[in-house]
Write a protein that binds this ligand. Structure first.
Ligand code: FES
Length: 240
């Protein structure tokens, strides 16, 4: 029998607890085991009260993000073997209010998305669906940025989010950029105004923490730098 995993899990139930604690579990290991399997084993066999979130199990919905061994990760896509240790510490994502155990409140995160109006608004003169060719320059330029699954990993890793509660954060700014780069969008100038603020693009200190943890390999810092450039062009009247 292989040595079991020694798992330390953050616990906090605001209805009963005055402060968070850690519980310790021993979990049998199997081939291709993911962190999501670890917490499911605990919930199924060791402690039914453990709370966490997941849905798709294939790295698409973004709901299973957790802070595992000091780094934000998708629980369903993180293989236990990749951690190279039997000692695993699982905590909720930093920079989010905690609802219970590993479940965080995503509302402040999505409130910031709302500020950049994260949906496409067609220009009035466009009266039929527009096709964007997948191999067009315009599409290729934002291709990887469109893969965001709103898991919140980047937001949890950002030291500017940690120190400025109003900062829009890397995910919302990345989304804003994909829309501002789209010439068919009717409100791209208004969108740019929404991010051209001290708590918008100018708060980013280009530390790349967001890019380091993104499970989709997006580099939000690049989107933010592109937004900064467009803000400057707008000041000179070159961006329309
Ligand atoms: S459960 Fe959907 S991304 Fe992990």
């Amino acid at each position: 029998m292989p040595e079991p995993l020694h798992v330390k899990v953050f616990r906090f139930n605001p209805e009963n607890d005055v402060a968070p604690t850690f519980d310790h579990f021993q979990v049998p290991v199997f081939d291709n085991m993911a962190i999501l399997d670890v917490v499911m084993h605990i919930q199924n066999y060791l402690d039914r009260s453990l709370s966490f979130r997941f849905s798709c199990r294939i790295g698409m919905c973004g709901s299973c993000a957790m802070y595992v061994n000091g780094r934000a990760r998708l629980a369903c896509r993180t293989q236990v073997s990749s951690l190279k240790t039997r000692a695993i510490t699982i905590m909720p994502l930093p920079n989010f209010p905690i609802i219970r155990d590993l479940v965080v409140d995503m509302e402040p995160f999505f409130d910031k998305w709302k500020k950049i109006r994260p949906y496409y608004v067609p220009k009035k003169e466009i009266d039929r669906p527009v096709t964007v060719q997948p191999d067009s320059n315009e599409r290729e330029f934002i291709d990887d940025m469109l893969d965001c699954i709103s898991c919140g990993c980047c937001y949890s890793a950002c030291s500017m989010v940690a120190t400025h509660k109003d900062y829009l954060g890397p995910a919302a700014l990345n989304r804003a950029y994909t829309l501002i780069a789209d010439k068919r969008d009717a409100i791209r100038v208004d969108r740019l105004k929404a991010v051209d603020r001290s708590y918008g693009v100018w708060r980013c200190h280009t530390q790349f923490n967001c890019a380091e943890v993104c499970p989709k390999n997006i580099v939000p810092t690049r989107s933010i730098q592109n937004l900064k450039r467009r803000c400057v062009l707008k000041k000179f009247g070159v961006f329309k």
